[in-house]
Design a binder for this molecule. Sequence first.
Ligand SMILES: Cc1ncc(COP(=O)(O)O)c(C=O)c1O
Length: 478
Amino acid sequence: MTRPLHAPDNPTVPDQVLDPTAGQNSARSPVFRRSFKKSLPSAVGGEGVYVWDSEGKRYLDFSGSAAVNFIGHGLPEISIAMAEQAKQLEFVHSSQFTTPIAEKYARELIEFAGENFRGGAVYFTCGGSESVETALKLARQYQVEIGQSKRHQVLSRTQSYHGSTLGALAASGNKRRREIYLPMVREFAHVGIPYCYRCHYDCTDGCRNCGQEYAAELERAIATTNSETAGFIFEPVSGATLGAVVPPPGYLETIAEVCRGHGILLIADEVMTGMGRTGRNFAVDHFSNQGGVAPDILIAAKGLSSGYAPLGAVIATKKVVDGIASGAFVHGFTYNAHPVSLAAGRAVLHYLQRQKLVQAADSGNTQTIAARLQQALSTLLDLKIVGDVRGIGLLRGVELVSDKQSKQPFDPQLNFASRVTAAALKRGVLVYPVQGCVDGVAGDHVLIAPPAVIAAEEIDWAVEQLAEAIQEATRETQ
Ligand SMILES: Cc1ncc(COP(=O)(O)O)c(C=O)c1O
């Protein structure tokens, strides 16, 4: 089926998606929304790379919502798989039963995660934050069970995001999302994160040196914890907080070696980067130097179900699972391994494998849609206020600066990334705004993470709209 290009009053919008509640956007909504200040369109339908609102306006989902949708919206085979599972068995508690769907899907996911996870096991949750909590506790219990009961600290990086629950927020470095909750969280060391557009070290040798400097920061932090470190959590490619920053050569491999050398579990948070988004099954698969980056624990969510159901997964290696096998994992949520969510996830996995969507997301291959995205977005660098365009595969960041020469960010009060996003929304394009990439407060970027089924002409059109949106926001703030 060919999809028509954007037209705000697109006549192809089916009547049944027009919603009688249209216009009920006031701050008095009974829904406890993220923001009471913002008026939101009401989404009523989706197909492919498009979402429709109740007034018939069509939006090209250029950010996959929040880097969630990888396979496209509205695929009947996913909802059919979910409905069939619900009809047969909607739910059992994971302390009383396993299910055929859980057993089959876990086996397939372990295979998808690769050789490093052979003999391991998957812990299913309902999303990213739950998975991060699970991984933090798993690291702690593993260390206790192997006789390392002093180890309880999980180190992480500044300018990272691992979720909104208190444990995940403690590990996160995202200042804006953490600040008011800081008195409530137990914090461990955060080490620097390579961000070569604004590097603290010398990047003149193709960033080989700076990667090692950042890795040395981890080594020093470990030394100060007095053998109490249980794990280190990191996003292989920075997600929202820095906007698709790819690490310098050799950095992750050295980090992995440092952790191995100190008996520290390496926890790769691939909530945003996993399940093909960067052009590999998982982003760690890009880094194969010096024996590679072989995490002990891998976390997936978002693309795992592509948004069709709430789903997260913690994939643990054989070493970790064997460590826990002496007892039981002291942890659990009621909705662990929910059969309907697993049916969605399994159908998504089959779909992306059949349609070769991981290959489509590989920007290293010039023939792919991901390479087209990279090339199209790079044209934004012609604009006066686009400082950097970065990323890998179908995960891209566009950093906006008030002065390109000095890389001076906009005044945070201007909320520049949100202005660009609003101007893009008006034009029917969804992007994901984030502030704080410079120092946690200043710095504006938008994240681009479209479904892998996007067409070349849709990319070109969306980039054109984004360029106009950036120019409109520039005019507004001058
Ligand atoms: C890297 C990373 N980890 C964890 C999370 C938290 O996931 P969730 O919002 O599904 O709880 C996110 C969400 O954006 C994320 O990007």
